[in-house]
Design a protein around this ligand. Structure first.
Ligand code: SF4
Length: 289
């Protein structure tokens, strides 16, 4: 496998073959994101991608994740070609996953997404980050709440599993409650199959670091972040969703099925908030991106 720069993948793709089909992120301007700093965006040539697939083909590979940041930005013809080749060469392939942003999704019709699904694209990871329009604007998300909801619904309509990421702490102390509340509401409208909640961690050199240094954004305390988690879970109305806050950035790891385990989870979160005992939290030295 020939990888360019650091490779990022969702936690649930830990056992997948990571196939780098694009380098970097075509947008690369979200103020909190340092993932692809310094990487110039490009779509790899089919020859480069084919070489990596050929190298992997003798092995039994069940899952593939297409990296980097927004591989769905590859034009439809290119994606169909990559997925067809993967399907033909990796005999045991069950699922292909991909990161996408709202605009990439909305550029595709449901039928086009279905065509990708038929060739193996089974899960799509979309960063919502916040359901609060003010936060989305401040972090330069490049998508409105309406676009994000429509994008999420379109993915589901195509029969592709939808996994949505949200970030605790993005509203700062001042906007904490609204951020959590609006995010809970927007998640409910999207009704994803999976939600991954991360806690904001400041990557050096990002614009959000400057906002914090200048005092324009004050981060919530660890218990403030857990309170956001409580609000989001309390306001969620899902059909069937696996909600996880077990990412290494979080202070309180949860893995719950919603709505089935909602009350149980809320009780646990509220108990932690009542006791405010730092020993109940993941220690700072174990937190990482
Ligand atoms: S959060 Fe996603 S869309 Fe935004 S810059 Fe990072 S990789 Fe690109």
């Amino acid at each position: 496998m020939k990888y360019e720069g650091m490779i990022f993948r969702p936690p649930s793709e830990a056992d997948s073959l990571i196939l780098q089909v694009t380098v970097g992120c075509s947008y690369n301007r979200c103020t909190f994101c340092g993932a692809y700093q310094g990487k110039r965006f490009r779509i790899k040539s089919f020859e480069e991608i084919k070489e990596d697939i050929d190298q992997a083909s003798p092995y039994k590979i069940r899952r593939v994740f297409l990296a980097d940041g927004d591989a769905l930005s590859i034009p439809q013809r290119g994606l169909l070609k990559i997925l067809s080749y993967l399907k033909a060469e990796l005999k045991g392939l069950e699922r292909v996953g991909i990161y996408a942003n709202a605009k990439d999704i909305l550029r595709k019709e449901v039928e086009e997404l279905k065509a990708l699904k038929d060739l193996g694209l089974r899960i799509l990871y979309l960063g919502l980050e916040s359901g609060d329009p003010e936060v989305l604007k401040r972090i330069k998300k490049n998508a409105t709440v309406d676009q994000l909801i429509r994008a999420g619904k379109r993915v589901k309509e195509a029969g592709i599993q939808l996994s949505v990421t949200v970030i605790l702490g993005l509203g700062g102390v001042e906007g904490s409650q609204r951020h959590a509340l609006e995010t809970g509401k927007v998640l409910s409208e999207m009704d994803p199959d999976y939600v991954g909640a991360l806690s904001l961690m400041i990557v050096p050199g990002t614009p959000i670091e400057k906002e914090i240094e200048a005092g324009r954004l004050v981060l919530p305390t660890p218990f403030g972040l857990i309170r956001e988690l409580e609000i989001m879970v309390a306001h969620s109305k899902f059909t069937h969703c696996f909600f996880a806050s077990n990412h290494a950035s979080n202070y309180l790891p949860l893995r719950i099925q919603l709505p089935e385990e909602k009350e149980e989870a809320l009780e646990r979160i509220r108990e932690v908030l009542r006791r405010k005992d730092p020993d109940l939290l993941r220690p700072e030295y174990l937190r990482a991106l």
